[in-house]
Design a protein around this ligand. Structure first.
Ligand code: FES
Length: 238
């Protein structure tokens, strides 16, 4: 397949609209790479060349970014990306056990795929660093949507449902899409029926646990001290 066949005129148009968001075209690289993943499910050599061409960068500059960030995948992902937090708090509360259970039950290790990549019901497993939801540990994400307070059993049921082609609702946040759909959103493109989509997201984004500190402070009349203005050092001084 040629690059023009992989990246259709519609994708080129989207790429140009991403570039137009920024004063300098090179600033568009991160969302451009998400756009590439929305097409191919990973960043291929064609994807690197496409970004370099659209942004006037060298292949080496694009590759350096792709290989730095773990959200850019060099191998094709499954229909769903399952990310299990195994950082300290989640690990202590069961994250390691969840990862081990999924790995054993579905026969895959880190960044390996059960099923044919991209085919319905295929999943790619990975263990990841803190997902910024420690108050709801242990957590995992599917295509970056949260499933809070998991157990090895609930996580295995969730992934088995994904393998059957189902899309169980996340605990909060946006409705579950597939990996390519999530990548398109990360590139800044949302479903056509944006109003309905946003109302669903708005309805389920807050977790009581996350707001507990704010609620306690409100009930007890606590406020944060006002920070004094600290003058910034002059540019060029130590
Ligand atoms: S340690 Fe898992 S979300 Fe922070």
């Amino acid at each position: 397949m040629t690059r023009a066949q992989v990246f259709s005129s519609e994708i080129v148009e989207k790429a140009r609209s991403i570039v137009a968001r920024y004063p300098q075209s090179r600033s568009a690289l991160l969302p451009m790479l998400h756009l590439v993943q929305s097409v191919q499910g990973h960043v291929s050599q064609e994807g690197i060349d496409f970004c370099a061409e659209q942004l006037g960068l060298s292949e080496a500059e694009v590759s350096a970014v792709v290989t730095f960030y773990t959200m850019y995948k060099r191998r094709p992902c499954g229909e769903h990306l399952v990310s299990v937090c195994t950082n300290t708090l989640c690990a202590a509360l069961g994250g390691d056990a969840i990862y081990a259970r999924l790995s054993e039950q579905f026969g895959v290790g880190h960044e390996e795929t059960a099923g044919e990549p991209g085919e319905p019901g295929s999943i790619t497993l990975e263990h990841v660093e803190c997902l910024a939801a420690c108050d709801l540990a242990p957590v995992l994400q599917v295509n970056y949507e949260y499933y809070d307070k998991q157990t090895p059993e609930s996580a295995a049921e969730l992934v088995a449902a994904l393998r059957r082609g189902e899309k169980p609702a996340p605990t909060r946040g946006a409705p579950l899409s597939d990996f390519k759909g999530a990548e398109l959103q990360l590139a800044g493109f949302f479903p056509e029926d944006e109003e309905t989509y946003r109302s669903e997201v708005d309805g389920r984004s807050q977790a009581v646990e996350t707001l507990r500190g704010a609620a306690l402070a409100r009930d007890r009349g606590w406020t944060a001290p006002v920070m004094e203005d600290v003058p910034l050092p002059e540019v060029g001084t130590k």
